[in-house]
Design a binder for this molecule. Structure first.
Ligand code: MRU
Length: 354
């Protein structure tokens, strides 16, 4: 599997060739691939990649490579295949806790595996092939969801709008054009003049390294700001709206997104500008009534103690490093999914695709 290493952006566009489960898990944990939909897509491909590797290993161990001549003890049986597959998806689930897309995609892969194993005369290599098709469908569907959200989200963006965004909810975070940035791209392509303020997004700088790079490449005017400048941008009337992506949205619209999003929502309310969330229905978690139950990833203290690999604080200082926060649904003027522009009070119980 080929993956563009997002931790090397924007200076280096380095493609990684991932060949086994551990390298895929490490890529997700270390944010080489990141953004809720992209993590789900990468995990789906990663599950197939590892399963196929195990099947090939087993086949080469038994010598001839011709499954028809293997004894039943040499051949991988359906039950063992499913056991192995679910241990692979369990490892992938353990990589990052907050983005629900990861869990929805892996659940879909597990379900596909058990259905395919039941349906046909079991043959491990052909089940892997069918699972690869499932992963490709997940990827292609995400691309379509992004396109639809882009169209809907762009309706919320007036001509000549100043737009504030946080983290990266663009092409690098999804299988398509992105969620929040997808709306901005679509507005731009429809001829609206827009100007974006991109928060740098401490501590890992997804905004400065990825969003400003994506927007610049797309020819969209952008000013990069530090996170602490957002209040001034709003106070000066430079931004007419705030638009972000999401990692998990509870039934009532409470939304987990990159740390710092909650502060922006509160600022937007204070300054009277709309705060929008754009996310596919694969980011909904209707098992949760509200945001209280959303698991928030705590990351390594060195991400805060260091800046681009250099110490920027006492090396043993205590650190609080939650990767996400939860914005209450009542601070969100609209949540755009591929099904429409939803307004508060939110109730997504009938919408989940997970
Ligand atoms: O830690 P990250 O970079 O994976 O966090 C990503 C975000 O918070 C994005 O805003 C979110 O996943 C939406 S991506 C379309």
């Amino acid at each position: 599997m080929l993956l563009l290493d997002q931790t090397r952006l924007p200076l280096h566009q380095e493609w990684l060739r991932l060949t086994d489960l551990e390298s895929v898990c490490e890529a997700i944990r270390s944010l080489k691939v990141r953004g809720a939909p992209a993590i789900g897509v990468a995990a789906a491909y990663g599950a197939v990649l590892e399963m196929r590797r195990r099947v090939i290993d087993r086949t080469s161990m038994v010598g001839s490579g011709n499954a028809a001549h293997q004894t039943s003890s040499e051949r991988m049986e359906a039950a063992e295949f499913l056991r192995e597959f679910s241990s692979i998806t369990a490892d992938l689930r353990a990589t990052r806790p907050t983005a629900v897309n990861l869990f929805h995609c892996l659940e879909r892969m597990d379900q596909a595996a058990s259905q395919i194993c039941q349906e046909s005369n079991f043959e491990a290599a052909s089940v892997c092939e069918a699972l690869e098709k499932e992963a490709i469908s997940i990827h292609e569907e995400d691309e379509q969801l992004c396109a639809r959200m882009g169209e809907l989200g762009s309706e919320l963006i007036p001509d000549k709008a100043g737009i504030l965004t946080h983290c990266n909810a663009g092409a690098m975070a999804t299988g398509g054009i992105g969620t929040a940035l997808g709306a901005i791209y679509t507005a731009h392509l429809s001829g609206k003049k827009v100007h974006v303020f991109a928060d740098e997004t401490r501590p890992l700088l997804q905004g400065s390294r990825i969003t400003s790079w994506e927007l610049q490449k797309a020819g969209i005017p952008v000013h990069l700001i530090t996170d602490s400048m957002a209040a001034t941008v709003l106070a000066d009337g430079r931004a007419d709206l705030v638009i972000v992506g999401a990692d998990r949205i509870a039934s009532n619209g409470d939304t987990a997104n990159k740390i710092g999003t909650l502060g922006l929502a509160i600022l937007a309310k204070h300054f009277g500008v709309p705060f929008y969330v754009v996310a596919p229905s694969t980011t909904l978690d209707v098992s949760l009534d509200d945001g209280m139950g959303i698991p928030i990833e705590q990351r390594n203290a060195d991400e805060v103690r260091q800046f681009l690999g250099h110490a920027s604080a006492p090396t043993d200082i205590d650190v609080f490093n939650p990767a996400f926060d939860v914005t209450p649904g009542n601070l969100i003027a609209a949540i755009v999914t591929e099904t429409g522009i939803h307004r508060p009070p939110y109730d997504f119980r009938s919408l989940s695709r997970g």
